[in-house]
Every structure is written in structure tokens, then in C-alpha cells.
Design a protein around this ligand. Structure first.
Ligand SMILES: NC(=O)c1ccc[n+]([C@@H]2O[C@H](COP(=O)([O-])OP(=O)(O)OC[C@H]3O[C@@H](n4cnc5c(N)ncnc54)[C@H](OP(=O)(O)O)[C@@H]3O)[C@@H](O)[C@H]2O)c1
Length: 246
């Protein structure tokens, strides 16, 4: 069997870097999609220093030209892509309430967090289709759960971040639509909630480490033929996936 390949967006740090490392440890040739060339190359070099097969690729998920150029470049190097992890994401820190949250910031989060993964998935589909059983993972968030947020007794209810939460809810819907489109081709598409994790995104709040947070994405990226598609999951044990409320 040919060497398995994976592309992870937003992989220069945080959970994305941990996903890249864990997939590399499983023998994947990993491509680290990063919007900054130098930071990407530093991250890839760290993995190569550990003995892994890792390459960086410039990829800004909001830029059609950047995404297409990345797909063309990777397409010249490999014949197929087995795994795509749409991990890149952002927010603007603590926003004011939804009634006052700047529309420009909401639009930017929708572009990076919801449309970015669709843009990247569409561009890489030809390569994913060449793989025997491609897997696509969307890095969602428990904050994107509408069911959770509608429960007035839940922690989600008390959280603000309207634009960020809406972008992850939209991502979950895109994930489902893509899963439906691609299921007859054997391509599985799922969404992961990594849990509150200490990274730059959270100002290093949260008890989970990027290594722990990466595990659910890696599990979904390496599902066998009997694994689910069109699901939203958080951490289970090593063998069990736990569905997250929509
Ligand atoms: N940490 C948590 O508690 C938590 C919880 C739920 C979900 N998540 C999700 O997990 C994912 C990873 O987050 P993290 O906590 O690891 O955050 P992080 O450490 O801030 O990493 C975010 C990554 O996304 C990249 N990125 C941002 N905008 C991009 C763009 N336009 N194009 C390409 N890359 C871009 C960043 O690149 P730069 O370094 O260039 O900025 C960085 O590599 C995100 O989707 C986030 O929403 C995180």
C-alpha cells in the first residue's frame, strides 16, 4: 500500500500541530498547512527532527488563490490525499454581547471557521477522491452546539461569543451536507469537539493539552470502513466515539 498522506490546516501550533504530530507518529506523510511560510517551516522542521516525514505548505483558508496553489503544489508531490483535517480557526477574544458584536468580526469568523473548511475541502477533493478511503475531519467546537446553547441550564447558555459559536454551528451543517454528498464514494466526513484546551486561542485557559485535544480528530481521521460519517463527536475512550449533542 502506498504511503498515507494527510493535510492539516492551521498546523503550525496548538491543536493542529498536535494532530500533525500524532498522524506522523502513525506513519503518515503530513503536510502542515500554515498561512505563514516561516512559522510553517519551523513546525515541519520540528517534526522532521523527531524523525517524521513532514512538509509545510503555505495555505490561508480564506484566500482562494492560496488554497488552489496549495492543492496544485501537493498534487505535484503525491497522487492522493488520505486525510484532510480542517483545523484552522480563530476568534477575536471576548466580544461584547451578540446585540453589539461587530458584524465585520462575525463575517471574518464565518469566513475562516465555516467557509474556510468548505473552500479547502472543495479544492482538495480531486486528490481525496484518488485515495482508497479518504477521511475529512472538521474541527468544530462544543460551543457550536445549538442544542447545548438552547439549554438555559448549560454552560453554553452563559457563554457569549455569538459570531464564533454561529461559525461552528454553520461548520457542522456544512459537514453534514458534505458527508451526504460524499458517502457513496466511501469518503467519511465528521466533526470533532476538542474540548476547552490551553492554546493561544483560549489565552491558555482550559485543562486539556493540545495532545489530548488532538486525539478525537486523529480518531476520526483514521476511521475504518465501519466508522460513522456525518457525526459530531467528542472524546471517547480509545475505541469508543461519543456523539456530541447538535
Ligand atoms: N482551544 C480550544 O479550547 C478549542 C475548543 C474548541 C474548538 N477549537 C478549535 O480548534 C482549532 C484549533 O484551535 P487552537 O486552539 O489550536 O488555536 P490556535 O493555537 O490559535 O491555532 C489556530 C491555528 O489556526 C490558524 N489560522 C487562523 N486563521 C487562519 C487562516 N486564515 N488560514 C490558515 N490558518 C489559520 C493559526 O495560524 P496563525 O498561527 O498564523 O495564526 C493557527 O495555526 C480551531 O478551529 C478552534 O476553533 C479549539
Amino acid at each position: 500500500m502506498a504511503r498515507q498522506t494527510a493535510l492539516i490546516t492551521g498546523a503550525n501550533k496548538g491543536i493542529g500541530f498536535a494532530i500533525a504530530r500524532q498522524l506522523a507518529e502513525r506513519g503518515f506523510l503530513v503536510w502542515l498547512g500554515c498561512r505563514d511560510e516561516k512559522r510553517g517551516e519551523l513546525a515541519a522542521q520540528m517534526l522532521r527532527d523527531l524523525g517524521h516525514d513532514a512538509q509545510s505548505i503555505v495555505l490561508n483558508v480564506v484566500d482562494d488563490g492560496s488554497v488552489c496553489a496549495a492543492a496544485e503544489k501537493i498534487g505535484r508531490e503525491v497522487t492522493s490525499l488520505d486525510v484532510l483535517v480542517n483545523n484552522a480557526g480563530m476568534h477575536f477574544g471576548y466580544p461584547p454581547p451578540a446585540s453589539e458584536e461587530p458584524i465585520d468580526q462575525m463575517r471574518a469568523m464565518l469566513d475562516v471557521n465555516a467557509l474556510g473548511p468548505v473552500r479547502v475541502t472543495q479544492a482538495f477533493l480531486p486528490l481525496l477522491r484518488e485515495a482508497e478511503r479518504a477521511r475529512i475531519v472538521m474541527m468544530s467546537s462544543g460551543l457550536g452546539s445549538i442544542e447545548g446553547t438552547a439549554d438555559m441550564t448549560s454552560e453554553n447558555w452563559t457563554v457569549g461569543f455569538a459570531g464564533y459559536c454561529a461559525s461552528k454551528a454553520a461548520l457542522n451543517m456544512f459537514m453534514l451536507k458534505l458527508a451526504k454528498d460524499l458517502m457513496n464514494e466511501g469518503i467519511k466526513v465528521n466533526a470533532a469537539d476538542p474540548g476547552l484546551t490551553a492554546t493561544d486561542l483560549t489565552g491558555h485557559m482550559g485543562e486539556r493539552t493540545p495532545t489530548q485535544a488532538a486525539a478525537i480528530a486523529v480518531q476520526l481521521a483514521t476511521l475504518d470502513a465501519l466508522g460513522p460519517t456525518g457525526g459530531f463527536f467528542h472524546d471517547g475512550t480509545s475505541s469508543t466515539l461519543v456523539r456530541h449533542p447538535w
